[in-house]
Design a protein around this ligand. Structure first.
Ligand SMILES: C[S@@+](CC[C@H](N)C(=O)[O-])C[C@H]1O[C@@H](n2cnc3c(N)ncnc32)[C@H](O)[C@@H]1O
Length: 226
């Protein structure tokens, strides 16, 4: 009980970046325990929807400990390429230490709200539990940059909280955010689908998970038909 209270106080009195910096080595284990193993299962489900193929170039935005990038690296094989991008130095250091031996994975320290110049380079982009972490004014911009970083025919998967939950899911999400993520409460007024469409994405499909608390969104950058 004391641990939970300490965690609530810590999360609401410190910057989120400080939280990620300090928890990097324990992040995966902490989330695994808090969700009774559900976190990893959810990520794997989202990766299946991304459907990485051999030889593809894949960007993992806000890659955290690098775990997802390492899983995807096996799918794309040595002829493929996985880039993990994260702002938190200790997350990048940890990811390089754990998965730096993988020949097809690179981790870059970069703030995804700032431009990155990889126009049309990636086949697929993955982003898990990060869109809600970004300042509200930057969320749409990150989706726009993702769109231009994708090749035509590419796809993006966003796995995160449902931004417009209803019923019990809404009650759970609001309690959770008020306890642990008060600074990100504006995520529940973020019109994610409209932002994806305005960025250029089409064929947006949504899979609700755990009664609509979470969702996996698949969005496409259409092929050019000449
Ligand atoms: C909740 S964690 C999710 C990590 C990983 N995607 C996962 O699902 O395990 C959010 C991550 O987003 C990163 N992050 C937050 N703001 C960022 C930004 N502006 N640019 C890049 N990374 C950012 C944090 O450092 C942290 O590693």
């Amino acid at each position: 009980m004391k641990c939970i209270c300490d965690l609530v106080l810590f999360l609401n009195n410190h910057q989120r970046s400080d939280f990620f910096h300090r928890t990097a080595p324990y992040y995966d284990t902490l989330l695994h325990l808090l969700t009774f193993g559900g976190y990893g299962r959810f990520l794997r489900q989202a990766i299946r929807i991304l459907a990485p193929q051999r030889g593809e170039k894949i960007l993992d935005l806000c890659s955290g400990t690098g775990r997802v990038a390492s899983w995807i690296s096996g799918e794309v094989g040595e002829e493929g390429e996985v880039v993990g991008m994260d702002i938190t130095e200790s997350m990048i250091d940890l990811a390089r230490k754990r998965y730096g031996v993988l020949p097809n994975v690179t981790f870059l320290k970069h703030d995804v709200t700032r431009p990155w110049d990889d126009q049309g380079h990636f086949d697929k982009i993955f982003m898990s539990f990060a869109l809600h972490e970004l300042p509200g004014k930057h969320r749409a911009g990150v989706l726009e940059r993702s769109y231009s970083a994708l090749r035509h025919g590419g796809r993006m998967v966003v796995a995160d909280f449902h931004p417009q939950p209803s019923g019990m899911a809404k009650i759970f999400s609001l309690i959770f955010f008020k306890m642990f993520e008060r600074r990100n409460l504006d995520f529940f007024s973020f019109p994610q689908n409209e932002a994806l469409r305005e960025a250029g994405f089409r064929k947006v499909k949504i899979l609700k998970v755990l009664g609509g608390i979470f969702q996996i969104t698949l969005a496409h950058k259409l092929k050019i038909i000449s």
